[in-house]
Design a protein around this ligand. Structure first.
Ligand code: NDP
Length: 330
């Protein structure tokens, strides 16, 4: 058995030196526990934010195995609720094998490919649906702006907003990503935040202003987007990836000024808040996948040992769609 631990907490940009691949003992389950073989691990911007201190969960400390959300197969069960061969989702760590309490496991439907349960039917799709529909409450004809548009959550937000009849504008890093957001994901336009002309480009791409800004990045992009909001617009605060991998966080300077003047509503959410709406989200997502209105983009990196470079790559914008690591076969 192998695991990846946090060797040292980062003080600035995350590097491979912050992690250590270790040999681990093969754990044995006690009563009401199960032994799991990791199949897929979700690589999330949140992995980096947990290293900054306590959030909606405890902070990750030096020496800890890196926490993750995983899809696993039950190898051995000491619980009457699970049997060998069951496929489950769980909070876990970066490791080949783990033992988990049965109460924290969620049995997954038998579906191929399993990776869809981590992308469109997993955290990414649910976060996009609940944030946009539950918090943003879009109305057909409105303009929806979304950052990290070529990423996993952002890509689904835009496609869902299109399916709901909105005009959709993305923000992404670099001309290639922006072109792919329009051509492959069907956004109406996409602007490059790395271009110094972001303000003007947003104005041109959103001639009627912005009714909903779905913010995945925070910082300067949020500051610029606020200037383009329409009166009584909604800002859905999903994450702040521009602030996670730095010790130099920069908040928008136009807060709360523009929120007051434009009567904006800014509201944060965590995907779990909407667990009681998951069935509705999954029904809608399945429908849009079946009609081709949602394309599923997955970025699967092979091998447990490559998890640190995958996370570093996500923070540097090297992923297209939902990033995950395959640890073993389905
Ligand atoms: P993504 O697949 O969107 O990948 C992250 C993307 O962020 C990168 O591809 C990169 O694209 C972009 N990015 C990186 N650094 C910056 C920067 N400094 N400024 C602007 N963009 C940047 O990751 P996720 O889908 O996992 O996460 C997206 C967001 O959703 C995160 O903020 C995350 O914390 C949040 N989230 C929130 C949840 C909730 O419950 N509230 C649940 C899950 C995720 P580019 O090349 O365009 O820069």
């Amino acid at each position: 058995n192998r695991q990846i631990a946090v060797a040292e907490l980062p003080t600035g940009t995350l590097t491979e030196a912050n992690f250590a691949l270790e040999k681990a003992i093969m754990p044995t389950p006690k009563d009401n526990e199960v032994l799991l073989r990791t199949i897929l691990m979700s690589i999330d911007a949140a992995n980096r934010s947990w290293m900054q201190g306590a959030t909606y969960r405890a902070a990750v400390k030096a020496g800890d195995a890196m926490p993750t959300y995983s899809i696993c197969e039950v190898v051995e069960s000491k619980s009457d609720r699970f049997s060998a061969g069951d496929i489950v989702a769980t909070e876990s760590v970066w490791a080949d094998y783990v033992v988990c309490p049965a109460r924290q496991l969620q049995k997954l439907p038998d579906m191929a490919p399993l990776s869809n349960l981590m992308s469109v039917y997993g955290i990414a799709g649910k976060t996009a649906f609940h944030g946009l529909v539950g918090v943003g409450k879009p109305i057909a004809g409105e303009t929806v702006l979304v950052s990290a548009a070529a990423g996993s959550v952002g890509g689904y937000v835009g496609q869902i907003a299109k399916a709901l009849g909105c005009r959709v504008v993305g923000i992404a890093g670099g001309p290639d990503k922006c072109a792919s957001v329009v051509q492959d994901l069907g956004f109406d336009a996409c602007v490059d935040y790395q271009d110094p002309g972001l303000f003007k480009a947003l104005k041109a791409a959103c001639p009627n202003g912005v009714d909903i800004y779905f913010d995945n990045v925070g910082g300067k992009v949020l500051e610029t987007a606020l200037f383009h909001m329409n009166e009584r617009g909604r800002v859905v605060c999903c994450g702040a990836i521009s602030q996670y991998d730095t010790n130099n966080a920069t908040g928008p300077r136009n807060l709360p000024g523009l929120v007051v003047v434009k009567r904006l509503r800014m509201e944060g959410f965590i995907v779990m808040d909407f667990a009681d709406q998951d069935a509705t989200a999954l029904r809608a997502l399945k429908h849009w996948v079946s009609t081709g209105q949602i394309k599923v983009q997955e970025d699967i990196v092979e091998g447990l040992e490559n998890a640190p470079s995958a996370l570093i790559g996500l923070l540097a914008g090297r992923n297209r769609g939902k990033l995950m690591v395959r640890v073993s076969a389905d």
